[in-house]
Write a protein of this length. Structure first.
Length: 475
C-alpha cells in the first residue's frame, strides 16, 4: 500500500478533500506507472493551517533540536537511497546509474551541506547597542520542479527547517513519487506535526493558491521563467517574499589558450547531462572563429558516443526527456535551428534509430550558430548544443551577456588569471572555471530573468530568515 493518492498534512497521511486522480507517466514507455491525487485550494488551506499552527513553537526550537531532526532525516534518506534513485528513474527517465550517482546523491549532499551550515550559522550579533537577530520568516510555500526533484526539494526543505520555518511543499506533478518518498522520510524522522506538509497537484490548482495565500509568508519557487512570473504575480497582493530559481541559457566561453579538445568534449557532455534538462547547462558554446570547424568535429565525435536508450540498461548514457510536451518543444526548436540556417552537425529531428516509443531525443549539435537565432536565444531544455564562433574575447563576452537569462556561465582557459578576468565580466549568478566539481556550499541562483535569491548551505538558510533589530538591547 503506497501513499501515492494521499497528502501529508499535520503529521499524517490524508485523503484529498475532493478526490481527483492524475496519472504519472514513465517517459521511457509513455505509459502510466502510478497515479497521484491532484490537490485543490481546500487541501492547501488545510496544509497552511497546520503549518501556521506549528510555527510559534517550531520557530523557538534550538539549533540543536533542528540539527537533531536534520541528522535523522539524513539517516533515513540514506536508508532509502536506492528506492529514491529508482523512483527518479521511473518518473523522469534518468538512467538508473545517473539517478543513483547524481539525482539521489544531490539530495544527500545538500542535507549534509545544510547540517554543516547550521552548525556554524550566526543567528545573532551585536552592533553597538542594537542586537541584530535573524529569525524564521514564517510559513513558507515550496514549489519544486521535475528535472532535479530531490536536489530542489532538499535545497528548500532543509534550510527552511534549519531556519525554524514551517512549510507546505508542492513537488512537480510530473515527477511526484520521489517527493512522496521524501515526505515519508520526514514523517519517519519524527518531524513535529504541521512543520512539514505536502500537497500534490498542478500549478493553477495548488501552486498559485500557495503563492497567493495570505498566511504564507514566503514562496520559494524553482521552474520556468514563465511560471515564475505567474508565481510572483500571485504573491504580489500579499507582499510576501518570493525567491526564484528560473530558466537559463548559459554561455560556455572556450578561450584560445584552453585545452581545446578537452574543453569542447567536456562542454558537450556537460550540456547533454540529464538529457539536457538542467537550467544551468552550458548550452551556448563560444569558440574562436579559426577553430570553429575543429570544434564541430570534436563535438560530433563526442555526441555520437552518447548512447540513448532504456534508463534501466547499464550502457545507457541519456534517457528520454520527461514528457510529450518537452519532446515537442525540443523538436520545434531543432526545426527552427535548421530553418534559420545553422549547420546541423549531428542529431536532428525525430527519435534515435531503433527507439519507436518513449520521449527520446537525438543528441544534437549545431554549428555556425548566429547570436540572433532562436536556438541561441531560447532555453531548449534538451540535449541540444549551439556552437557560436567569435572573433574576439570582447565579442564573446558581449554576446554571452546579451541574454534575458543570467543563471550560470562557463570559462575555459589554461591561465586561471585570464579565466578570472573573464568571469568578472560575466553577468551570471555562478561562473564555472574549467569545469569544477559541484560545490554544494557555493551560492546558487541567477541574475536577470533567471531569478532572485540564493540556495545551497548557509545561502539557503539566509533566504528563509527575517532580520530584526532590537534597539537599546545594550552592549
Amino acid at each position: 500500500m503506497t501513499n501515492h493518492l494521499k497528502f501529508y498534512i499535520d503529521g499524517k497521511w490524508t485523503d484529498p478533500v475532493v478526490p481527483r486522480a492524475l496519472e504519472v507517466i514513465n517517459p521511457a514507455t509513455e505509459e502510466a506507472f502510478t497515479s497521484i491525487s491532484a490537490g485543490s485550494a481546500a487541501d492547501v488551506e488545510l496544509a497552511v493551517k497546520a503549518a501556521k499552527a506549528a510555527f510559534p513553537s517550531f520557530s523557538l526550537t534550538t539549533r540543536e533540536e533542528r540539527l537533531k531532526l536534520l541528522r535523522r532525516v539524513l539517516e533515513i534518506y540514506n536508508e532509502r537511497y536506492e528506492e529514491i534513485a529508482e523512483a527518479v528513474s521511473l518518473e523522469m527517465g534518468a538512467p538508473l546509474s545517473f539517478a543513483r550517482e547524481a539525482q539521489a546523491w544531490a539530495g544527500q549532499v545538500h542535507l549534509e551541506a545544510t547540517i554543516k551550515a547550521l552548525e556554524e550559522y550566526e543567528f545573532e550579533h551585536q552592533r553597538g547597542t542594537t542586537r541584530v537577530v535573524h529569525e524564521a520568516i514564517g510559513v513558507v510555500g515550496l514549489i519544486t520542479p521535475w528535472n532535479w526533484p530531490l536536489n530542489q526539494i532538499v535545497c528548500k526543505v532543509a534550510p527552511a527547517i534549519a531556519a525554524g520555518c514551517t512549510m507546505v511543499l508542492k513537488p512537480s506533478e510530473i515527477a511526484p513519487v520521489s517527493g512522496i518518498i521524501f515526505a515519508e522520510i520526514m514523517d519517519a524522522a519524527g518531524t513535529p506535526k504541521g512543520v512539514f506538509n505536502l500537497v500534490n497537484g498542478d500549478g493553477p490548482s495548488v501552486g498559485q493558491v500557495i503563492a497567493s495565500h495570505p498566511d504564507v509568508d514566503m514562496v520559494s519557487f524553482t521552474g520556468s521563467t514563465r511560471a515564475g512570473i505567474i508565481v510572483a504575480k500571485s504573491a504580489a497582493d500579499t507582499v510576501k517574499r518570493v525567491a526564484q530559481e528560473l530558466g537559463g541559457k548559459s554561455a560556455n566561453i572556450i578561450l584560445p589558450d584552453a585545452d581545446f579538445e578537452n574543453a569542447v568534449a567536456t562542454g558537450v557532455t556537460s550540456c547533454f547531462a540529464n538529457s539536457g534538462q538542467s537550467c544551468d547547462a552550458p548550452t551556448r558554446m563560444f569558440v574562436p572563429q579559426d577553430r570553429h570547424d575543429e570544434a564541430l568535429a570534436i563535438a560530433k565525435s563526442v555526441a555520437e558516443t552518447q548512447t540513448v536508450g532504456d534508463p534501466t540498461s547499464p550502457g545507457t548514457v541519456l534517457g528520454p526527456v520527461v514528457s510529450q510536451v518537452q519532446f515537442d518543444k525540443i523538436q520545434r526548436l531543432i526545426e527552427a535551428g535548421i530553418k534559420e540556417g545553422a549547420t546541423l552537425v549531428t542529431g536532428g529531428l525525430g527519435r534515435p534509430d531503433g527507439l519507436n516509443r518513449g520521449y527520446y531525443v537525438k543528441p544534437t549539435v549545431f554549428g555556425n550558430v548566429q547570436h540572433e537565432m532562436t536556438i541561441s536565444r531560447e532555453e531548449i531544455f534538451g540535449p541540444v548544443l549551439a556552437i557560436l564562433p567569435y572573433d574576439s574575447e570582447a565579442e564573446a563576452i558581449t554576446k554571452a551577456n546579451d541574454s534575458v537569462y543570467g543563471l550560470a556561465a562557463y570559462v575555459q582557459s589554461k591561465d586561471i588569471a585570464h579565466a578570472r578576468k573573464v568571469a568578472a565580466q560575466l553577468r551570471a549568478g555562478t561562473v564555472n572555471l574549467n569545469y569544477p566539481d559541484w560545490d554544494t556550499h557555493a551560492p546558487f541562483g541567477g541574475y536577470k530573468q533567471s531569478g532572485n535569491g540564493r540556495e545551497y548551505a548557509d545561502w539557503g538558510i539566509h533566504d528563509f530568515l527575517e532580520i530584526k533589530g532590537i534597539v537599546g538591547y545594550g552592549a
